[in-house]
Design a protein around this ligand. Structure first.
Ligand code: PEP
Length: 256
């Protein structure tokens, strides 16, 4: 990570886990550990219905509320969807877009993900754009081509000023929820590649300013080494974020 140029972001992704009735205990546990100290951007991306109560439960501590998806449409007749304007009004600051589970189970394309990303930006929220290759793609040696294409397509039409408001997350699909964490060298290599795409597509200053996270079985044991890589500016954490103690340990691993 390079805090001189970029924000360090540690974001939890609860996926479809935990109950609203468990929020208070979680938030109290995390607040007790965090105290008043603040050294990085801490975010919890929760199911949309938990955004408002989580924001209330976290009052007084500097942890931002995020969600895991957003509609690509403006408010209106789209049953089951949640609009960016509604999320913003509910106090949401971060929105994950393009998670591999949404790509795999909901058929999300890079074009749709790009539209969602722009909706989040229009409402002043920070999109966390997830990209990453599958195991067969890595075995075939195409991982960089895959990730390059995902980044380029999702960012079509964006200018440099908007790009600086986006966070990227490299999440190799084979590492998500599997316990097979990418090696620090693999994480660094792809995060550097993503930054190279940003340099080509925008400019050096923009590439240097954008935080690129690593996600995929990050835990309190491996976080420090992953986060010490020069192009890894934080983590997107699934399983380990469900326990406030583990999430806090990962936040601690991000201390400069
Ligand atoms: C994720 O869901 O974004 C993730 C990285 O999950 P896990 O940490 O459980 O691998």
């Amino acid at each position: 990570m390079n805090p001189k140029y970029r924000k360090t972001v540690i974001a939890g992704n609860w996926k479809m886990n935990l109950l609203p009735s468990q929020l208070r205990d979680y938030a109290d546990g995390l607040k007790a550990l965090l105290g008043k100290e603040h050294w990085c951007e801490a975010v919890l991306c929760v199911p949309a219905l938990m955004a408002i109560p989580l924001g209330r439960a976290l009052r007084g501590c500097r942890v931002s509320v995020g969600v895991q998806d957003v509609s690509d449409r403006d408010m209106g007749a789209y049953t089951g969807e949640v609009a960016a304007a509604q999320l913003r009004d509910a106090g949401v600051k971060y929105v994950i877009v393009g998670h591999s589970e949404r790509r795999a189970y909901h058929g999300e394309t890079d074009e749709l993900i790009g539209r969602k990303l722009r909706k989040a930006l229009e409402e002043g929220m920070t999109p966390i754009l997830c990209v990453g290759e599958t195991l067969p793609q890595r075995s075939a040696g195409t991982e960089k081509d895959v990730v390059r294409a995902q980044v380029k397509t999702a960012l079509l039409g964006l200018d440099a000023a908007a790009m600086k408001k986006v966070v990227l997350a490299y999440e190799p699909v084979w590492a998500i929820g599997t316990g097979h964490t990418a090696s620090p060298a693999q994480a660094q290599d792809m995060c550097r590649e993503i930054r190279a795409v940003l340099r080509e597509r925008f400019d050096a200053r923009t590439a240097r300013a954008v935080s690129v996270l690593y996600g995929g079985s990050m835990n309190p044991r491996n976080a420090q080494e992953l986060l010490s890589q020069p192009d890894v500016d934080g983590g997107l954490i699934g399983g380990a974020s469900l326990d406030p103690g583990k999430f806090y340990q990962i936040l601690e691993a991000a201390k400069p």
